[in-house]
Design a protein around this ligand. Structure first.
Ligand code: M6R
Length: 615
């Protein structure tokens, strides 16, 4: 969702800000803008609706220059994606200019108050109250710092804010509560961004702003405050220990395509990291998990939570934990977690799953769990993200940056991590019988090469998608471990091909969705070898009897499924626990080619944001 980039220093910042916005494009946006303090000390703004090239065009018609500036990509929440609603937003006297990520929940009250004081609003956004409020406090005689802090203290909701002001031309102001903001420092320069990618090539000395932090850089030095207490805080930077973010396409036609094809390597990396290289004497390694073993022995219930794809990974994870441990495990959508009032206590383990580590609903679930004394273990891809920092323990998924908005490698890296984690915890609790499960562990080492085989079916999947890409709807059926895979397949299809799709537990079909089946409905049936194979066959027969189009996923050599399917995509034989990983990759490719045949823009589907930082 909205991306922020800002700079203050000795160099002209327009190119840096524009490059930064390009690197944050993956977050999703529908308008963009930039503001600088120009050489004569005025604030100048360019903003446009649509993609970044619109803003570039506007800049080539009216170039900007300045050494202090802010920039923004907006994903519309309050107010349509229009030029007026695009950020940056100015105060009425044009002296205060801000960009904001998040939602100001009490904006109505503040707007009303400001309107009564004679302020005329230009946009429909919640954000615009901020510069007006700051200007109002300034007009009452407050210093810039105090007006900024006072305004922040009145805002309810979530925000990451960067501000420039005409009266303090070389100074940049920033604040964070609930939305990510990172500062980078180098000599007499300060960089701000929603993630470190815009400035990673300029500095690795970074500060992850904490909840309630306010950072002010005046051209020579930076000061950090806490917004509630007003007190000074020591700036403790950390050195980013990562390679320059690999964001090239590497010869692929899109990031989503690249990320689908990265999966064998990522799985190999995770398996080696967690199990070592010795297939006969594996040693589980979860050194990043900073939760004492004793706690795992004492837990009496596990909750798993996440949103979208991460929720589906969690659903598969629930089956792993239940299989290896004698514990109740509940999986809950993070957006429902707080309202469902789970009976949380100190003996509960809450596992939060998130690729970005910034999803607002997942973060809110973590805070809720902590409030009740439960221990939170997160499965996260992005290091130092908000969820990483809020959790008692973290297990990283090591998937590398995921740029495509539709998650692909995020899911498979989460699923394998959850499988290994469930075995690790079961071992600590002495519930995992090594010998009995050794075949599974041995099979895990073969997983990456089997994924390579699945990817070789791409051509076949592509031609299968060509036949059915104009269908208006599709049904995805699976059972047990492959029920969440069906939901994920349907989600991928909806997201990128815009085809209506439902993922269903196959046994539920006859309780309703069977009414939808007709000659025009593709039904994607996950029928690889499993405990529920026979039951799945019966469900497919029900589809056949109603003349639905049967597209099956079956284990290599299965002639039975082939005999009644319109299309079969074969999967190499594997352990049942690993089948979701192989099957979901087929469904990722199927959705990809449905979308491609329709000519959709796959990496940035309409209306979606990569990192959903509002509830
Ligand atoms: O970053 P997160 O894993 O927390 O994101 C959660 C969902 O927003 C995300 O999985 C979303 O559903 C994807 N677009 C699915 O492809």
């Amino acid at each position: 969702m909205c991306g922020i980039v800002a700079y203050s220093g000795k160099k002209d910042c327009v190119d840096f800000l524009m490059n930064g916005l390009r690197l944050l494009e993956y977050r999703g946006y529908d308008s963009a803008g930039i503001a600088v303090v120009n050489p004569i000390g005025d604030i100048e703004i360019r903003k446009e609706c649509g993609m970044l090239h619109m803003l570039e065009k506007s800049l080539s018609n009216g170039p900007l220059q300045g050494k202090t500036g802010i920039a923004h990509t907006r994903w519309a929440t309050h107010g349509k994606p229009t030029q007026n609603n695009a950020h940056p937003h100015l105060s009425q006297d044009k002296k205060i200019c801000i960009v904001h990520n998040g939602i100001i929940e009490n904006h109505d009250v503040l707007r009303h108050e400001l309107k009564n004081a004679g302020i005329h609003f230009i946009s429909e956004t919640d954000t615009e109250v901020i510069p007006h409020l700051i200007a109002r406090y300034l007009s009452q005689g407050m210093s810039m710092k105090n007006a900024f802090m006072k305004t922040l203290s009145r805002l309810e909701g979530a925000f990451a804010i960067a501000m420039i002001a005409k009266d303090t031309p070389g100074t940049i102001y920033a604040a964070r509560k609930g939305s990510p903001l990172i500062a980078g420092f180098k000599d007499n320069e300060v960089f701000l961004a929603s993630d470190a990618s815009p400035f990673i090539t300029r500095t690795r000395e970074v500060l992850y702003l904490d909840e309630g932090d306010v950072l002010i850089f005046n051209g020579t030095s930076s000061r950090l405050f806490n917004v509630s207490s007003g007190r000074n805080k020591k700036i403790r930077t950390t050195r980013l220990n990562i390679k320059n973010l690999s964001i090239g396409l590497g010869g692929h036609e899109s990031y989503t395509h690249k990320e689908i094809h990265e999966q064998p390597e990522i799985l190999k990396r995770i398996i080696r990291l967690r199990l070592g290289n010795n297939r006969n004497a594996f040693q589980m390694c979860f050194n990043d998990l900073k939760i004492p073993d004793d706690f795992f022995r004492s837990i009496d219930r596990i909750y798993i939570t996440g949103c979208g794809t991460a929720y589906h990974a969690g659903y598969i994870g629930k089956y792993y934990f239940e299989e290896f441990m004698d514990l109740p495990v509940e999986v809950m959508l993070s957006s429902e977690f707080r309202y469902a009032k789970p009976k949380l206590n100190k003996n509960n383990l809450v596992i939060a799953i998130s690729q970005s580590g910034e999803t607002a609903d997942t973060l809110a679930s973590i805070l809720e769990a902590k409030k009740h004394g439960s221990t939170v273990l997160s499965v996260v891809n992005v290091l130092n993200s908000s969820i990483d920092r809020e959790s008692h323990g973290v297990v990283y998924t090591h998937a590398g940056p995921e740029i495509g908005v539709a998650s692909t490698k995020a899911l498979t890296s989460q699923v394998i991590t959850l499988l290994l984690l469930s075995i690790h915890i079961a071992q600590i609790r002495k519930e995992f019988k090594r010998k009995q499960k050794n075949p599974l562990l041995k099979e895990i080492f073969h997983l990456p090469s089997k994924v390579v085989k699945v990817l070789q079916a791409e051509k076949h999947i592509r031609s299968c998608a060509l036949k059915y890409h104009l269908a208006t709807s599709a049904l995805y059926l699976g059972r047990h471990l492959n029920f969440p895979v069906a939901m994920e397949g349907a989600l991928k299809n909806k997201e990128i091909s815009y085809m209506h799709a439902e993922g269903y537990a196959a046994g539920e079909m006859k309780h309703g969705p069977i009414a939808l089946i007709n000659k025009a409905l593709p039904v994607i049936c996950i029928c690889t070898a499993s405990k529920t194979y026979e039951k799945m066959i019966s469900n497919i027969k029900e589809v056949e009897a109603r003349e639905g189009i049967i597209i099956s996923l079956a284990t290599e050599g299965d002639e039975q499924v082939k005999s009644f399917s319109h299309e079969v995509i074969y999967i190499p034989e594997t352990a049942e626990e690993l089948s979701p990983i192989l099957n979901v990759i087929v469904l990722q490719m199927l959705a990809y080619y449905f979308a491609k045949h329709k000519g959709n823009q796959i990496d940035k589907p309409r209306n979606l944001a990569k990192s959903v930082t509002v509830e």
